[in-house]
Every structure is written in structure tokens, then in C-alpha cells.
Design a protein around this ligand. Structure first.
Ligand code: GLY
Length: 354
């Protein structure tokens, strides 16, 4: 088993990575949650039928009383209505302040269940059991939990660190190729921003089979990079913003497709390529970076460019909002494996992009 510790004052936790780990969830949760007697497991209509009974049996075997709650699969569940239903269901189940919430699923379940845990009874413990590549390498680590509002994604949330993250790479076997590729966009991002050797490692094995043969190493490397960033900047005021490489422009593509045409991973892939080319134009990024990045992402089945309007770019950089500030820190690469914030006037950024 590969183990990482996210060391934060008074709220450190372990990330455990191992094939078949879901079957051992009971023993690991018992160790991480010594006071809990009841666990409220949140899952979704795709993941529940695959893994819920296995997880429930393990948790009950470790002496927990288990209540399960299934939300419809999809981003639409990250909403105030589902959050409110979760709070009520938690109270109906008799959840107390010493009990805990378990998020079994991808990023939507982790964000929703984590925010419910952060707020119910003024905050109870929670465990992340991420089942998609995207949630394993990104959203399950670092304590950002949130729901979407009509005004945009993740607009109501909290920093609420889990007590434990259990990652079972076997859960990736049931992902369709598109969902696997979405996660790979974030995996490649870690190589771009922090680890050129990891980028080269990925570039040498771009089929799903080759990547799955090394999946524990890949998950460990991504989570180790994120661990370090979160330890140094938990509240996202400095270094953590580097994790947004490709995301600002990616947001414009998500907007352009009304969050339907392009998945988050696809938008981030094209956003990273656009940011790499922007960096070259601004004299920050070496010219060889965009073609290398595009080569890797297209081999993974991800788009390297998405067209969008000036209005979508303006909305993504906040130029459409009054009083949102005149400049923006866009994340660029000054070399492959090293990201830097680059502050520039929003109007200038918009001119560069359109
Ligand atoms: N997903 C970016 C972060 O956790 O900061």
C-alpha cells in the first residue's frame, strides 16, 4: 500500500492508495474515526450499485452502524436542494457530532457530502472514498468542498479537511474512456506545473493499459504534489493557485459549451494548451512546450484547442463583472515542470486571446 500524510495543524490525515482497498474500508475507518459509532455514506446512482454493498459490509464488520443515501449521478446534484435533503436525512438517521460522513463516488459526491459534513451540526468528521481518476488526483485531497449556485460552480463551500482518503485504483476499471481521459488532463497538469520527470514518464506511456499498469505510482505522485501544495497554502491564497493552470481559460470553454459540450477535463486540456501558447507569446514559456503538451494530450484523446467567443473569455476572466478588479494572475509555465503566476491587465489578456 502507498501512504501519504497531509500534515496540517490539528487536522492531519492519511491518503491510502491500494488496489482492493474498498474491501478493507472498515478497519481503516475504525482507526481514523475512533469516536464514531454511525457512518452516513453518501453515494450516487452510478457508483452505489457498484460498490456500496461492499463498503457497507466492511464498515458494519468494523462495528459501525451504516446509513446510506444515494443522490442522482451528475453535476446537478451539487445543489442546495440536495444539500438540504442530506442534512435532513442525516438528522433522521440520528447522526451525532461524534459520528461521521463517508463520500463514496466522484467529485460531485465528494464536494456535496463534504460540504454537508462541514455544515451539519456545525461540522462532523468525513472520509473521502473517491472512485474516479479526477476525484482521486484532485478533489478528494485538500479539503475544498462546495455546491454550485445558479450564479456559477462551487460558489458556496468551505475548507473542511477529511479525516482519511481511501483510494482504490480498481474503481477506475469501470470508468468509460472519456471519464478516464478527463482525469488524465489533471494528471498531466501536475507534470506541467511541478514535475518535468513525471511529464516525461507519462509521455512514454499514453495508452490506458500502460497507464493503469503504473496507476498506483501515478496516483501517489499527483497526490504527493497536491499534498505539498496544500500543506504550504491550505487556504488558496498563493501557491495553491498554481493548481489552476489551464483552468481559467478552461472555464471559458466550459461556459462556451454551456457545461454540456465539453467536460471539465476536456476544457482544462484545451485551457492548458492555450495557456502554454499564451506564455510563448508573452515571452514566459519556451516555444517547445506547446507542441509537447499538445502531443501528450491529443494521444490521450483530449482536445488541444476549443473555440470560444470574446464574451466567454471575458466572463471567464471576470471582465464582465463590475468591481472585480482590473488585473488577473494567469498561471503560465516558465518551463515544463514549473508554473508561475503572471499578473496582467484583464483587458490585455482578453486582447491576447481573441
Ligand atoms: N482543485 C484545486 C484545488 O484544490 O485547489
Amino acid at each position: 500500500m502507498k501512504t501519504l500524510t497531509v500534515a496540517l495543524p490539528g487536522r492531519s490525515y492519511e491518503i491510502l492508495i491500494q488496489r482492493g482497498l474498498l474491501a478493507q474500508a472498515g478497519a481503516h475507518c475504525r482507526k481514523a474515526l475512533p469516536r464514531a459509532s454511525r457512518l452516513f455514506v453518501v453515494t450516487d446512482s452510478n457508483v452505489g450499485p457498484l460498490y456500496l454493498e461492499r463498503v457497507r459490509a466492511g464498515l458494519e464488520g468494523a462495528g459501525f452502524q451504516v446509513t446510506a443515501h444515494t443522490v442522482p449521478a451528475g453535476e446537478g446534484s451539487k445543489c442546495a436542494g440536495q444539500l438540504s435533503e442530506l442534512w435532513e436525512a442525516m438528522m433522521a438517521a440520528g447522526l451525532t457530532r461524534t459520528d461521521a460522513v463517508v463520500a463514496l463516488g466522484g467529485g460531485v459526491v465528494g464536494d456535496l457530502a463534504g460540504f454537508a459534513a462541514a455544515t451539519v451540526l456545525r461540522g462532523v468528521d468525513f472520509v473521502q472514498m473517491p472512485t474516479t481518476l479526477l476525484s482521486q488526483v484532485d478533489s478528494s485531497v485538500g479539503g475544498k468542498v462546495a455546491i454550485d449556485l445558479h450564479h456559477g460552480k462551487n460558489l458556496a463551500g468551505a475548507f473542511w479537511q477529511p479525516k482519511l482518503v481511501l483510494m482504490d485504483p480498481d474503481t477506475l476499471d469501470t470508468l468509460d474512456d472519456q471519464t478516464f481521459a478527463d482525469g488524465m488532463a489533471e494528471v498531466v497538469k501536475y507534470g506541467c506545473i511541478k514535475d518535468a520527470a513525471f511529464f516525461d514518464f507519462l509521455a512514454a506511456r499514453l495508452s490506458r493499459g500502460e497507464l493503469m499498469a503504473e496507476i498506483e505510482h501515478i496516483l501517489y505522485t499527483c497526490c504527493d504534489i497536491k499534498r505539498g501544495v496544500v500543506e504550504r497554502d491550505e487556504r488558496d491564497t498563493g501557491e495553491r493557485m498554481l493548481l489552476n493552470f489551464g483552468h481559467t481559460l478552461g472555464h471559458a470553454y466550459e461556459l462556451a459549451g454551456h457545461y454540456e459540450t465539453w467536460s471539465h477535463g476536456q476544457a482544462v486540456a484545451a485551457g492548458m494548451c492555450a495557456a502554454a501558447k499564451l506564455g510563448v507569446r508573452l515571452g514566459v514559456t519556451p516555444a517547445e512546450v506547446p507542441p509537447r503538451l499538445e502531443g501528450v494530450l491529443s494521444a490521450l484523446g483530449l482536445p488541444t484547442a476549443i473555440s470560444c467567443t470574446a464574451e466567454d473569455y471575458a466572463a471567464a476572466v471576470g471582465l464582465d463583472k463590475k468591481g472585480a478588479g482590473d488585473s488577473i494572475s494567469v498561471i503560465l509555465l516558465d518551463k515544463l515542470g514549473h508554473a508561475v503566476p503572471h499578473k496582467m491587465p484583464k483587458a490585455e489578456l482578453l486582447e491576447e486571446l481573441t
